[in-house]
Design a protein around this ligand. Sequence first.
Ligand code: NAD
Length: 296
Amino acid sequence: MSTLPTVAWIGLGIMGSPMAENLLKAGYSVSGFTLERAKLDRLTAAGGRAADSIADAVRDADVVITMVPASPQVEAIAYGPDGILAHARPGTLLIDMSSITPRTSIELAAAGLEKGLRVLDAPVSGGEAGAVEAALSIMVGGEQADFDSALPLLEAVGRTIVRCGPHGSGQTVKAANQLIVAINIQACAEAVVFLERSGVDLRAALDVLNGGLAGSTVLTRKKDNFLNRDFGPGFRIDLHHKDLGIVTDAARAVGAPLPVGAVVTQLVASLRAQGDGGLDHSALLRSVERLAGRQV
Ligand code: NAD
């Protein structure tokens, strides 16, 4: 008999599917629920159980993990009549790994506490590749004791796992992460257009740049997207638009100016307005190309 906690996983998308599969590989039993039938079939094929509803998934779980797009979806799956708070057992550990507003995480922790649930916010960074490779960075907000009991499970899906402070602070750190990533992608995209216009071998240039101070995980992970103009997601522009809204609001609330962040926020909004919201965020290159007069 496994002594590992039983897990319910809600939200089996680009990130949730490979993360849940890593838990299965580590020996956890996982019941999953998500909106797409094909994703449930994928979970079953990997050895998990496809639940009929959120209630069915969470009823017998020791740990409930959620990985859905944004605050409205987290609120729907937590507070709805079929939701987690109505059906999870008291004592259950609820780990929300979605990227949402810190305020939503703080409210969820308080509502969970009233039902006897322990709640952590634990958003991640590392993209689809990091999820597949169980190499994610996980930034956690909540009680130390709950972090300690979640750590073995989080180590099955991530590599750098840090408690950042009380409820909501994982989300605040994730918001900063998204600011840095967007600005970094934009900088790379501008360099790509500049290098191509200058007639330099782009692959060679990106290789040598990545070995120096200009190198970054963004450049390592997104280099082929730039080189091949492959903008299949990955991390969708729609989601990055959401995250830049979160960091803009949170920074305004504490009086922290984000001048470069504001520009990138507008460039991401513009990409969305041009119908590119479903593309990977490396598609910021398309907006630089358009600014440079290229038809893309
Ligand atoms: P996704 O759109 O691929 O997946 C979201 C999943 O949530 C879908 O499978 C959908 O069925 C499910 N869902 C939505 N509403 C639901 C509901 N009411 N009940 C049950 N399931 C529901 O999104 P993703 O790319 O996996 O991102 C998930 C979260 O992780 C987001 O907050 C995103 O910002 C964050 N994130 C994504 C990446 C990335 O590279 N894709 C990286 C880090 C963090």
